[in-house]
Design a binder for this molecule. Structure first.
Ligand SMILES: [Zn+2]
Length: 599
């Protein structure tokens, strides 16, 4: 049965290029999952985009002497290059600065407002005395009133983890120019999160299939909710559709609020682009539809508590009840799939400390599938995991090149040389039958892992088939069977069939290599589709043009099943699938990200 599956992928913030830690959290896992879901015949809608509002963009633009618009135009393009290069198969990767996103955010807010889940409150806000401009919370630094940490930020203390109000800091100062901020009274919108404690708790009780760390963390959050600001004093962001607020020069929605709404607005934009404006409802309003959200662990709060609370408020399902808003009753997440952190020498990737490996640099030197393989097999699925060049070289050379690449190469080469085509099998013996049975059975085991987002176990099982096939060839020695071509051909046919099965099993992980193997086996046409960039025309607050990532995945041939390889299909000698890396790279790192020694 074909079901609608929404893959909602965390929105990268448009303030710089992505590093491999980012894409190991939200990018590769969500794409592996989506490709698998399409292969089993489900109707996938995979959406995301760049998160472009908020004070960090404003401050960075000021620091670079440019406008927020110019900054996000530049970095949304850089990020799109990274993601398209990795082969992430978005149905739509868009931006939060579009007119459509602004409108959807305002409509969703209106439902919360009408149902009484938002109130106004006067609070103290900080301004810069020298410029008169609002000084955002995280650009204020001071001593934490709770733990005494001297460098706490205005919004949060990195030492004790508590959320803070900048007015509570002891000795507050601006992180931009060091001056002492002035606190003035300002009006804000507060989202009544406590009104959803009960609904969230009973919903979380039904989420027993989540990864335990995500579920337990979310339950604790839901037990202790406080009203949360959804507006800022800022002139870059989505305007607030209330009298007295809409035209105010310095009132915008808080970036966290509009960013999570992006999943819905991107789905709406996708539907508009396909010419069926209501098509998004299949993924959002059909109770049979499933919705999987992918992110790094620092974003769990927004996806397991804040976004569900917004959806419940729109649906009129919090303590205050209310009407269903203009989008119709919206589905809550089926699962929040969170990864841990990819680290380097035990630390989070950090631009300031120089421990950073950018996706673009990585792709230029090693291509996408080596990184996709590493993240899938050795990434931070269940625990923080260190990236080392040594392990990357070892995995690429000994697993991708020696195991998988070599199996493809020697099977196809021997068949091409001896027969010139897929050979015909005669009387298979028990060893042939056993190997074929193993690779057929793997569709069920690997598929069950992928459906549960257990990527390491899934790729481990797929690579086990590869290992068995290599052992089979070493044992059967078809190269020594010149006197018995019938037996040799049966062995080669068996090997090629298992190569085809293993390639199908590996397609969600290694879609670029899968296309090459498909062609090496004599196949033609698109096996695994890749995304591309399209000009989506003029949009956005300031009317600049807007480009998106999209793809037509419906015509790709890959299906999650063992299909018989056609006897007699012509074969040519293949080119090697994966280049081996110089082992010294494991000791030095590449020239653009040398391993730091002596620290
Ligand atoms: Zn503290």
């Amino acid at each position: 049965m074909s079901i609608p599956v929404l893959t909602a992928v965390a929105w990268p913030y448009a303030n710089g290029p992505r590093h491999i830690g980012h894409v190991s959290g939200f990018g590769v896992p969500s794409d592996v999952f989506s490709r698998y879901q399409r292969m089993v015949g489900n109707r996938v809608l995979m959406v995301s985009g760049t998160d472009e509002h908020g004070t960090p963009i404003q401050v960075q633009a000021d620091a670079e002497g440019t406008t927020p618009r110019e900054l996000v135009d530049r970095y949304s393009r850089v990020i799109q290059d990274d993601l398209v290069g990795l082969g992430l198969s978005y149905d739509l990767f868009t931006r939060t600065s579009t007119d459509n996103h602004h409108r959807v955010t305002q409509d969703l807010f209106t439902a919360l407002w009408n149902n009484g889940y938002v109130s106004t409150e006067k609070t103290l806000g900080a301004i810069s005395p020298s410029t008169g401009r609002t000084l955002p919370d995280r650009y204020i630094e001071g001593t934490c009133p709770i733990c005494g940490y001297p460098s706490a930020r205005g919004d949060q203390c990195d030492n004790c983890g508590n959320q803070l109000d900048p007015a509570d800091l002891i000795n507050p100062r601006s992180r931009i120019n060091g001056e002492t901020p002035q606190f003035v009274e300002t009006e804000h919108l507060l989202f009544d999160l406590p009104a959803f404690s009960k609904s969230l708790a009973s919903w979380l009780d039904t989420r027993t299939h989540w990864r335990p760390n995500v579920l337990n963390f979310s339950r604790r959050l839901a037990e202790d909710l406080k009203p949360r600001a959804i507006s800022r004093d800022l002139d870059w962001g989505v305007r607030i559709p209330l009298d007295g607020w809409h035209d105010a020069p310095m009132k915008r929605f808080y970036v966290w609020f509009d960013a999570v709404i992006g999943y819905l607005s991107a789905s709406v934009e996708w539907a508009q682009r396909t010419g069926a404006p209501d098509a998004w409802k299949e993924w959002w309003c059909d109770p049979e539809a499933q919705a999987y959200y992918f992110m790094g662990k620092d974003n769990i709060t927004f996806h397991s508590v804040m976004w569900p609370a917004i959806l419940l408020g729109h649906n009129g399902e919090g303590d205050r009840g209310g009407e269903v808003g203009s989008f119709g009753r919206l589905n809550l997440p089926t699962e929040v799939v969170s990864s841990e952190f990819l680290t380097m020498s035990g630390s989070k990737f950090s631009t300031s400390r120089g421990t950073v490996i950018y996706v673009g640099d990585f792709l230029r030197e090693f291509g996408p599938d080596a990184l996709r393989y590493f993240i899938s097999v050795a990434g931070p699925e269940n625990q923080d995991t260190d990236f080392t060049w040594d392990e990357f070289v070892r995995r690429t050379n000994f697993e991708l090149a020696n195991e998988w690449g070599n199996l493809v190469n020697r099977s196809v080469s021997m068949a091409a040389k001896n027969v010139g085509a897929v050979p015909e099998p005669t009387a298979p013996d028990p060893a042939d039958e056993a190997l074929l049975a193993q690779s057929r059975a793997a569709f069920e085991t690997v598929g069950a892992h992928l459906a549960r987002s257990r990527f390491k176990q899934a790729i481990g099982e797929a690579m086990r088939v590869v290992g068995e096939a290599n052992a089979y060839l070493s044992h059967q020695e078809p190269w020594k069977r010149k006197d018995d071509p019938a037996r040799r051909d049966t062995i080669l046919h068996t090997a090629l069939q298992v190569v085809q099965d293993a390639n199908t099993l590996l397609t969600p992980f290694l879609p670029h290599a899968a296309q090459k193997v498909h062609e090496a086996l004599g196949g033609s046409g698109v096996w695994a589709e890749q995304p591309h960039r399209e000009d989506a025309g003029t949009s956005g607050e300031l009317g600049t043009s807007h480009s998106v990532l999209t793809g037509d995945y419906a015509h790709e041939q890959a299906r999650w099943e063992s299909t018989p390889i056609p006897v007699g299909r012509p074969l040519a000698r293949p080119t090697p699938l994966f280049a081996k890396l110089d082992p010294s790279l494991g000791e030095t790192g590449p020239s653009w990200a040398p391993i730091q020694t002596g620290e």
